[in-house]
Design a binder for this molecule. Structure first.
Ligand SMILES: [Mn+2]
Length: 467
């Protein structure tokens, strides 16, 4: 799954840091009985102070999971839950012959009296309009009469500042600000099929696996997140790549849980920073930003046929959580405008432990060559600024315009990266008399350009730097 100690995050996933346990499989039972067993198991694990991480299997598992959390929440009067469905699809289709299926879990939730009776919240995240019926969209919107719901499409995420991970954090912090417990339901068909092929309905576009892992990390870090499920992993379609992704999702979620606790200072072995190793400033981590096709009008389409998920029931992992802490207090204003103080990204620890020889080896860094200043300090008494120059003008030709005025130096200002003229320059004269005379007599001189339209130069005396 991953190393026990992750030095990138300074997170120890060893047994003394975070006790992980396998709560077993939901045995082969008729669907309704399996759901009942799952619901009871989830509630039991929560009651023991652990965080269930349920791996399916069909997305039908998500309603019993949510019901298990609702059962748990009912033990605390007034406790509310927030449910986020990260999914390319809404999964609010009606029951078939009164029976639940992988397309119906959130319809069941939005029609559950227990869910509707409290101030609970539900949001669809990363839904793809090309894969979802507008009728179902309307259904979710109409449910607002009974309960707070929302839809954030993948196209919206791509257009949002910070992309999916930043928006996900805002959903947790703002949309779920009033909720006590959060359930993250992650259908991995929300992830691009190139990254997650082992699903019944692989997506042509979607979240990247990197974004999925970052979301799992953020979910783990939120103290309110009490339950996580991963749906639609189907090893019969593809086992290796997708299996590793699901394991890595669990790994990142578990790392996030460790990061819930305030960091102890000095836990990380002293290492060298990236800067010291390679020289120069530490590069910011780059993420590929994909753009989705825009302008798809909503058309009512049905889901593609769903390949049956493996017969084996969902696998339940339990992660022991820390004792329940009071939910963060977020003010009304913060709900409107976001958190007052930006807490920023997870503080990635840039230090790398290189082992015992670290004290001996000196970092190999070349001394930084001194860059000449872009524009030499100018003497305002003897220098003029000349604008509206033709872009093809050389320094030499520029100086020759003022040949009768005792030119000390003349240069056209050029862009650093491609050396192209910026269309202005500076001329320095021997004396202030030359400066004023040249400005008065050469003002408006017409210079030829490539397109045949001559330009009149604009000469001005350089103003003293306000500093
Ligand atoms: Mn789904």
């Amino acid at each position: 799954m991953g190393t026990a100690y992750n030095f990138d995050y300074d997170v120890d996933l060893g047994p003394t840091s975070i006790p992980l346990g396998d709560a077993g499989n939901i045995s082969d039972l008729p669907l309704e009985e399996a759901h009942a067993e799952l619901q009871a198991t989830v509630c039991e694990i929560l009651s023991n102070g652990s965080i269930p991480f349920v791996v399916g299997g069909g997305n039908d598992q998500s309603y019993p999971n949510a019901a298990g959390l609702l059962d748990f929440a009912s033990k605390t009067p007034g406790a509310t839950i927030g449910v986020i469905n990260i999914d390319a699809h809404f999964d609010v289709r009606p029951l078939k012959d009164n029976k639940a299926h992988s397309g119906s879990p959130f319809r069941q939730l939005l029609e559950s009296n227990t869910f509707l009776s409290g101030a609970n919240r539900f949001i669809e995240f990363a839904a793809q309009a090309s894969q979802c019926s507008v009728l179902h969209y309307n259904y979710i919107m109409e449910s607002r009469e009974k309960v707070q719901t929302g839809v954030i499409t993948l196209a919206q995420l791509r257009e949002s500042k910070g992309g999916p991970v930043a928006v996900f954090k805002r959903v947790l912090d703002v949309f779920f600000a009033s909720c006590d417990y959060i359930f993250i339901s992650f259908d991995i068909d929300a992830i691009s099929g190139a990254d997650a092929p082992g699903v019944s309905c692989p997506a042509t576009v979607g979240l990247s696996s990197q974004e999925a892992l970052d979301i799992c990390l953020e979910a783990g870090k939120s103290k309110k997140v009490k339950l996580f499920d991963v749906s639609e992993f189907n090893p019969k379609i593809e086992e290796y790549r997708t299996g590793r992704l699901v394991a890595n999702m669990f790994y990142h979620f578990a790392m996030g849980i460790v990061l819930r606790e305030p960091r102890k200072k000095g836990t990380l072995p002293v290492g060298r920073t990236i800067e010291k190793l390679v020289g120069g400033p530490t590069p910011k981590r780059q993420r590929t930003k994909k753009r989705e096709t825009e302008g798809v009008s909503p058309v009512a389409v049905d889901y593609p046929p769903v390949v049956p998920s493996p017969a084996r029931g969902p696998k339940v992992h339990a992660v022991r959580s820390t004792p329940h802490q009071a939910p963060l207090v977020i003010t009304e204003e913060e709900v409107e405008h976001g958190p007052a103080a930006k807490r920023g990204r997870a503080r990635r620890n840039k230090k790398i432990n290189l082992g015992p020889e670290k004290q001996v080896a000196a970092p190999v860094t070349a001394p930084k060559p001194e860059k000449p200043p872009r524009i030499a300090p100018v003497n305002t008494k003897t220098t003029v600024h000349v604008a509206n120059l033709p872009f093809t003008l050389s320094d030499e030709a520029f100086g020759s315009i003022f040949s009768g005025y005792h030119v000390k130096s003349a240069h056209v200002v050029r862009a650093h990266h491609n050396n192209r003229s910026k269309g202005y320059g500076f001329v320095e004269f021997e004396s202030e008399v030359d400066q004023v005379k040249a400005m008065n007599e050469k003002q408006g001189t017409m210079l030829p350009t490539l397109n045949g339209e001559p330009r009149a130069i604009v000469i001005s005396i350089v103003k003293p730097n306000p500093k």
